[in-house]
Design a binder for this molecule. Sequence first.
Ligand SMILES: NC(=O)CC[C@H](N)C(=O)O
Length: 369
Amino acid sequence: MKVDKKAYLLLEDGLLIEGVAVGKVGTSGGEICFNTGMTGYQEIYTDPSYFGQVVVTTASHIGNYGTIDEDQESNHTQVAGVVINDFSEDHSRKGANDSLQTYLEKNNVVGIAGLDTRMLVRYIRSKGAMNALISSELTPEEMKERIKHVPSMDGLELSSVVSTKESYFFGDENASVKVAVLDLGIKRNILNNLSKRGCYCKVFPAKTSFAEMAKWNPDGYFISNGPGDPAVMDYAITTVKEILDANKKLFGICLGHQILGLASGLSTYKMHHGHRGLNHPVKNLFTGLGEMTSQNHGFAISEKESKKNEKVEVTHLHLNDNTIMGIRRKDKDAFSVQYHPEASPGPHDSVYLFDQFIELIRANESVTR
Ligand SMILES: NC(=O)CC[C@H](N)C(=O)O
């Protein structure tokens, strides 16, 4: 590594670690979290669900395959900062556009490298999610003041910040199925997966009402992933309730799954340190089969309440800690998963869920296009 400017990482509880600056020289803070995937740093950095988060990657080498346009999950980076063990300024990959250093600088991402990420992950795992600040310009004393202004993720609404401002179309307009997508911070690969399966999508801003989306006369509704605390997203909960009341077909991923739970009378809670990685084992309770899944969430649907709720059936469970990974409405054509069937990065075991959504839509005889 050629970079040699000093940087610090400060955690909310006072832990201070020294490293070297990568990306933009500056100061940036958010909630610290870690992703255990061995690949996929660019997809992670551009996933809008990570907005407001400082991401520690546990893969020891980051940057060695550079960056490339097709790995973008949105138009630009979304993370509040990056924490890396061994940062590669040099890269090797056919078709790569930039080195990670150039890419982070262009995207104004403040980062720190050259520190023991394994120690840091153990620390977060034992202490739980908390805020962090990275700085390559402030003194530790100044950082201790600045970190007080980083907002807590608990109770934070962020979807309206990252969502599209104007609605737009995605896919082939002659496709057989029309899907209205509520963009709470959508990843591009979800849209790719829908359009690949014959869906023409209209993507709507986060605060669009059901009535507005219904004007387009879609065959199904998709509620996307996204950042922040689902419990404070009244506008999206109302929209999903209205979609359900109108007996429309609905599929939700991650934040969209949490919103379906909330709209169905369940509650969500903030997890100790969340699930972020590419090898999370999930059991499909219908088939009994296991799936290796890609995950990125810090909130989850309450397990206790789901047992008492007569409208909701739990369809998937996390095999490590039994958290709820999928639900469906018994009385409606609506289902959702907490994990990421679109992967990107990650294994493709769960892509069948997109097919399931299309089948659900096609089961409706009114689909004649
Ligand atoms: N990937 C997502 O949609 C994340 C959902 C939510 N912000 C959480 O952290 O749990």
